[in-house]
Design a protein around this ligand. Sequence first.
Ligand code: ADE
Length: 246
Amino acid sequence: MRIDILCLFPETFVSPLNQSIVKRAREQGLADIVIHNIRDYTHDRHHTVDDYPYSGGPGMVLKPEPIFEAAEAVKQQIGVAEVPTILLTPQGRPFSQSVAQELALYPHLILICGHYEGFDERVCEYLATDEISIGDYVLSGGELAALVVVDAIVRLVPGVLGSEDSASSDSHSDGLLEYPQYTRPQVYRGWSVPSILLSGNHGEIAQWRRRQAILRTAKRRPELLEKGNICDEERKWILENSLNPK
Ligand code: ADE
């Protein structure tokens, strides 16, 4: 998969893309991530990327020309006319695990990071095919949001995670939060690992984990259960156990 990121602060990406799973995916050729400075596509002496909003108002607006030219240069470079082109903006659709799964299916994506008061609306209307927000808060720019999106997508690209750390057991991959995990020592400061996990009974352990995931989701994020990820029997079990968690 290839992801081209158009931004104003390319240095932001250096360290995060050179760590851990994303670094390994890049080294293995499973993810090709290319950073472009929008400023390189300006033509004036001052490399101007923003301007005052028409009719006034606070802040500056990103000019359309360098952004269109940067995206067109990327498409020309790889010889593809249509590439999903995503703006990172607090006005976008909410990012989630299912959006990450959807985006991970594309062979190529262009992500565009905004700054200042936002993009000239013609970028949204005639260049972008999608707009994504990573949450209901305002960041100084889209770079950190792009890193979140890239990280979540890259770990879903086939071959990036080994079977031992497969994405299928991650929180949210089945619409539930993840069950509690334990490692050695068996007793730490008097706190014991649940005995079921030492039993070797794989059927019962799987059922315990599923129920713990459901219970945790019911307590912390009850709205996730409304999406119908659990059966009637499990729903009845939650009602009994949420009232009496022990
Ligand atoms: N840029 C600024 N804030 C953002 C957010 N919450 N999500 C995506 N891009 C952003």
